[in-house]
Design a protein around this ligand. Structure first.
Ligand code: 5GP
Ligand code: ZN
Length: 113
C-alpha cells in the first residue's frame, strides 16, 4: 500500500519516534507548525475519521491515551496543547492514514481571530 504513515510504521521511512506500543505510534512532524508538533497514529491503516468502524473506537481511544502520554513526554501537558484531526479535503487532510496532530510548546493562536 502506498501510504507514507504505513511506511513509517514498518520502518521503511525513518521518523523521530516519541511513543510506541502495540497499537499506536507517535513521532515528530517533519514540518513542525508549532514549537512542539507530534503526530499520533494507529498502526492499523484507517484512511480518515469517516472510515472509523464500530470495532475501531477502542483503538481511537488508545490513540487519545497515547496523545496524553506524548504531551507529558514533550513537557507540554501543564502548559497546554491542541489535538487536531484533519478529515478530508475541506479539513486539509493530506495524508490519508488517520492521525492526530499534537501542537504545543508555545501560545497557540485563537481559532477565531
Ligand atoms: P494532514 O495535513 O494530512 O493532517 O497532515 C499530515 C502531516 O504529515 C503534515 O503536518 C506533514 O508535515 C506530515 N508529514 C508528511 N510526510 C511526513 C513524513 O515523511 N514524516 C513525518 N514525520 N511527517 C510527515
Ligand atoms: Zn497507512
Amino acid at each position: 500500500m502506498d501510504c507514507i504513515f504505513c511506511k513509517i510504521i514498518d520502518g521503511s521511512i525513518p521518523s523521530r519516534k516519541i511513543y510506541e506500543d502495540e497499537e499506536v505510534l507517535a513521532f515528530h512532524d517533519i514540518q513542525p507548525a508549532a514549537a512542539q508538533h507530534a503526530l499520533i497514529i494507529p498502526k492499523k491503516h484507517i484512511a480518515t475519521m469517516n472510515d472509523v468502524q464500530a470495532e475501531d473506537w477502542q483503538l481511537i481511544g488508545s490513540v487519545h491515551r497515547a496523545a496524553q502520554i506524548v504531551a507529558k513526554e514533550l513537557g507540554v501537558a501543564e502548559s497546554g496543547y491542541r489535538l487536531i484531526n484533519n478529515c478530508g479535503k475541506d479539513g486539509g487532510q493530506v495524508v490519508f492514514h488517520i492521525h492526530y496532530h499534537l501542537l504545543g510548546g508555545e501560545k497557540l493562536g485563537p481559532l477565531h481571530a
